[in-house]
Design a protein around this ligand. Structure first.
Ligand SMILES: [Zn+2]
Length: 101
């Protein structure tokens, strides 16, 4: 009887441990699969554009337009970066209607 009981206990423990490890693995692999996507989603259009000192247009973190150096919209923004026209168009920026870059 003693042997039977311990056998039952160990087998049920094994089942619980087995279930835990399955969940553990699936949770881990889920995290690994999700992290590259979440990082991509966190990257804004602004962050995708490399700062280029030789570029000919300017972008701001909040705006979705690109501007010439003299545009007043740039003066309203605390942050901006200079970039090449082709690189800002690539990530979805469109020309500003005010300064027509
Ligand atoms: Zn502008």
């Amino acid at each position: 009887m003693k042997i039977d009981k311990s056998h039952i206990v160990s087998s049920s423990l094994g089942a619980i441990l087995g279930a835990c490890s399955i969940w553990g693995i699936s949770a881990l692999s889920g995290n690994n699969a999700a992290s590259p996507f979440s990082k991509k989603a966190e990257l804004t259009m602004y962050e995708k554009v490399a700062d280029d000192p030789d570029g000919d247009v300017y972008i701001t973190p909040k705006g979705k337009k690109y501007h010439t150096a003299w545009c007043y919209i740039l003066r309203k923004s605390d942050e901006m970066k200079r970039a090449s026209r082709s690189s800002v168009i690539e990530v979805g920026y469109t020309p500003c209607r005010k300064c027509k870059p």
